[in-house]
Design a protein around this ligand. Structure first.
Ligand SMILES: [Cu+2]
Length: 120
């Protein structure tokens, strides 16, 4: 009888471990991270305004500038000494080197558009 109880206890633990592994590898979560890598520039904001990327890995962000005003022409990662000119209506890829954990602001050249890159 006690053997049976132990076995069902083990089965329960295995099920819990399996469940959490499943949660961690959820394809939906992966998709969200991928989708977040496209940043739309319009109406004075970056959308999404907060991008989360993994530390210590090269990253590519894609910007889609819908705002033709000169204000939105450049995206500047001042802390990283990286900037890119954004074409209107077309995706522009911005490559980032492996980064250490922390928060990095990105802005337009006049610092009116503002976003945050969160590296974890
Ligand atoms: Cu601006």
């Amino acid at each position: 009888m006690s053997l049976l109880v132990n076995l069902s206890g083990l089965a329960l633990i295995a099920a819990i471990v399996w469940w959490f592994q499943l949660l961690k590898r959820s394809p939906a979560a992966d998709k969200a991270a991928e989708a977040a890598a496209l940043i739309v520039v319009r109406d004075g904001i970056y959308e999404p305004g907060c991008i989360r990327v993994a530390a210590g890995r090269e990253t590519e962000l894609r910007f889609l500038r819908e705002d033709p005003s000169p204000c939105a022409e450049y995206v500047v990662f001042a802390d990283l000494d990286i900037s890119a000119q954004l074409a209107v209506g077309r995706e522009t890829a911005v490559s980032l080197p492996p980064l250490t954990a922390g928060e990095y602001e990105f802005t337009c050249q006049m610092r009116m558009y503002r976003g945050t890159l969160v590296v974890t």
